[in-house]
Design a protein around this ligand. Structure first.
Ligand code: BES
Ligand code: ZN
Ligand code: ZN
Length: 474
């Protein structure tokens, strides 16, 4: 779908009803039709005769809410089923442009790769009408939205790709091809390297799978920096291309959707895609921990004691708590890059979903200010987060009688936090206050449409992280 700054009228015109107020200057017939449908400003309604699509917005507060994007996304879902080629929409304020564009571009997404009969969408052009706004600003913001939405939609595609296809090797190659085509660095490390680095925790998780593990290091630096000191960001992504639970096997019901256990890694790829296309003035790295958690004679077991890259020993008591083992070694590796900001994204715990619900990511870490700052930025771009606070009593639940740490806590209460505190043990001491853990288990993959998101992968984390980088860059 193409968004064009133009005064052209589309075949259908979108009318936004702020505070759900129906305009007074409608024709008699239009009023009659709205009345016929019982439309009083809630939801949306198409007036067939004049081809106007009315969308009611309850609380028109673009600065602090995502209502505008959500409403537009919802409308696009209906409009793309119609046999029309174009629509138009009036933009009044600069702040609305991106919200509208992202609503359109993210709302129009659907994953149909494996459908024999694909939906034929005739709607190809969206005209943004404005007689108040500068055309240059309109065009700039359309372009920015397109870059961001494309990165998010690519992340969604990758997460939605089924696990027999999206193996660790597939994701690594995908990242390599993307890096080549946009122009940033990609280093793929294989099992031999993991052994050399003594990443015993990462290796143990991957061992029973026929698909070999990979650690991928993506890095981006802008071209002409003139010796400028750039802030350095490192993003670490959990990339479990499938999580069967391992020998602590998941029940069947809980296993479906576990192709989405690679969402953290896929989001990191999306972040790098956007950052590189924007040419952001920052050094940005992505570390992907790619593996598959399976069963077999060779599988790692509850009772195993593993030595992680940073030399800490871990007693395995549950092989389904595998993400933290992969991330332990990845965070230790990422620490060596000495970042100014270290952020991991992971579908880490079911407990985070229980606590915050499907739509909200958990934010954890040691620096309260940094967490609050991130939460604010995320909310501004329409991502919901909740801060889950660490405390020393919960930390004690990770104690092991036979190793330095246990991979599961001794109580199931507060499991999202104890998982976060487990990760904290693998972040180098001097970086603890620069680290954030984002548990995206809830919003990464939801089996119904919500907000600007379709059924399935949402690409959560990309928008918030890209905006966070932008907020730190001059
Ligand atoms: N990948 C899961 C977490 C998850 C659950 C993601 C639901 C998305 C939706 C993770 O590896 C896991 O299995 N965690 C366990 C940890 C437990 C064994 C301590 C969990 O949350 O139950
Ligand atoms: Zn698991
Ligand atoms: Zn997992």
């Amino acid at each position: 779908m193409k968004i064009i700054a133009s005064q052209k009228q589309g075949e259908v015109k979108i009318i936004l009803l702020k505070d759900r107020v129906i305009p007074k200057d409608l024709s008699k017939d239009e009023k009659k039709e709205l009345e016929f449908y019982g439309f009083e400003g809630e939801g949306s309604c198409l007036v067939g005769q004049s081809k106007k699509f009315f969308i009611g917005l309850e609380k028109y507060d673009y600065e602090f809410s995502n209502a505008l994007s959500d409403a537009i996304a919802n409308a696009i879902c209906s409009l793309k089923k119609m046999k029309i080629k174009s629509i138009s929409i009036e933009v009044e304020k600069e702040e609305e442009i991106k919200k509208i564009c992202l609503g359109i571009l993210l709302g129009a997404y659907s994953y149909e790769e494996f459908k024999s009969k694909k939906n034929e969408i005739t709607l190809k052009e969206v005209y943004l009408n404005s007689n108040k706004l500068d055309e240059k600003i309109l065009q700039e913001q359309i372009l920015e939205s397109e870059i961001l939405a494309t990165s998010i939609n690519h992340t969604r595609d990758l997460v939605n790709t089924p696990p027999q296809q999206a193996t660790p090797e597939y994701i690594a190659k995908y990242a390599e091809n993307l890096a080549k085509s946009i122009g940033f660095e990609c280093q793929i490390y294989n099992e031999e390297f993991l052994k050399k680095e003594k990443m015993e925790a990462f290796l143990a998780v991957a061992r029973a799978s026929v698909h070999k593990p990979y650690l991928v290091h993506l890095s981006y630096k802008p071209k002409d920096t003139k010796g400028q000191k750039l802030p350095k960001f490192v993003f670490v992504g959990k990339g479990l291309t499938y999580d069967s639970g391992g020998l602590s096997l998941k029940p069947g019901d809980y296993m479906t959707t576990m192709k989405a256990d690679k969402s953290g890694a896929c989001a990191v790829i999306g972040i790098l895609e956007a950052v590189a296309k924007f040419g952001i003035k920052a050094e940005v790295h992505g570390i992907l921990g790619l593996a598959e958690n399976m069963i077999g004679g060779n599988a790692y077991k509850p009772d195993d004691i593993l030595r992680a890259r940073n030399q800490k020993t871990i007693e395995v008591r549950n092989t389904d708590a595998e993400g933290r083992l992969v991330l332990a070694d990845c965070l230790s590796f990422a620490s060596d890059l000495k970042p100014d900001f270290l952020i991991d994204l992971a579908t880490l715990t079911g407990a985070c979903v229980v606590g915050l619900g499907d739509y909200t990511s958990g934010i954890m870490g040691y620096d309260k200010k940094l967490q609050e700052e991130f939460a604010k930025v995320a909310f501004r771009v329409g991502e919901l987060t909740g801060i889950l606070p660490f405390n020393p009593y919960l930390r004690k639940l990770l104690k092991s009688e036979v190793a330095d740490l246990c991979n599961i806590p001794s109580s199931r209460y507060g499991s999202a936090i104890t998982a976060g505190m487990f990760l904290g043990e693998f972040v180098e001491e001097t970086l603890k206050d620069k680290w954030l853990h984002l548990d995206i288990a809830g919003p990464a993959y939801v089996e119904k449409a919500w907000g600007v998101n379709p059924f399935g992968a949402s690409g959560i984390g990309v928008r918030a992280c890209v905006e966070f980088i932008k907020s730190k860059v001059k």
